[in-house]
Design a protein around this ligand. Sequence first.
Ligand code: UGA
Length: 354
Amino acid sequence: MKEIKDLTAEKITILGGGGFLGSHLARALLERDCCKVRVVDLSMDKLPEKHERLEKIEASVDDGGVIAEVVSWSDIVVSATAICNPAVYNTDPAAVIQANFTHLEPLVKRCARSGKRLIHFSTCEVYGHPQRSPSGQILPMNEDSTPLTMGPISKERWSYAAAKQLLERLIYGCGRHEGLDYTIVRPFNVIGPRMDYMPGVDGEGTPRVLACFMRALLFREPLRLVDGGRARRAFSYVTDFTDAVVRIIERPSACQRQIINIGCPDNDITIKELAVRLREKYAAMCAVPPSAIVSVSSEEFYGPGYEDVERRIPDIDKARALLDWEPRTPIDEMLGPIIEDYVTRYAPFCPAKS
Ligand code: UGA
């Protein structure tokens, strides 16, 4: 029987708690009758306006004094800040490395020095390209045995994975040599309501695939498949993800100094299948004709220096064993609430209203 900690008296700070994963985690913690939650971020739109156990601090993690104050107040720090859109990895790698490594290095060291628990959101991207069995089959990605295989330096797509990997190595080192109490979480393509932003409405550039497709649907533009949409991703739903993270928070001993994949191997589909299912569901829900789907080359879509990951299948045996957790949401159950959320928030801003 694993020890489950009562979180009533805990003070938890979520750095980047205004973002997609951070705001869902904050809401999940507030729904439970327990801890105090502090969110540090520059934008708070995705959070409840008011809650008696929620405190919002508008600041950036690299503002002077923020990390010192956060670590001193908190029992647990969740670090969820990141630049995590692939379109930026090869267009502004310096910013990507700064946000995903440089700005967080002081946090790791301060948590180690102060004996505070750190739960760090890393990424499935650290695995890089998937490994194959001798017969050529793609193997699931395992936290403790899979080698991390990235492309050459000229493929700048890997700036993100390299920065995230270096931070993981720092955390691991501080755990082994300085006693840092940490858990590293590797999310696998988590999607859900309030993901990313809508280019031209509340952000600029190219978000991740779900937000790209939702923008195309809402603006009645074709959905663009990079290289025909042949890459595969195992998508997981955000409530399954936050359920796992709350369990990690509640199980400090079992999860101490562990790296844990959170994903849903059963939801492994091609990007083309995602586009088809999303446009059909959208057409049915909004009573519009299905949008067109077109193929573009990755060079045209992302520019030079991009390299795709063919497929990522998480090995989630460790999450199952440590957390008594199972992802529950199949793709088709995710799409309805996602579409509803995007239509509610963005339809008023779209030229062709749904
Ligand atoms: C993402 C990001 O690197 C991170 O945010 C994160 O760590 C991780 O994966 C995740 O979400 O867990 P990736 O899966 O490649 O990487 O990012 P997406 O932008 O969601 O792209 C998925 C696939 O869709 C890629 O093959 C991409 O080329 C394709 N795509 C993207 C399209 O076909 N059309 C689009 O409009 C956008």
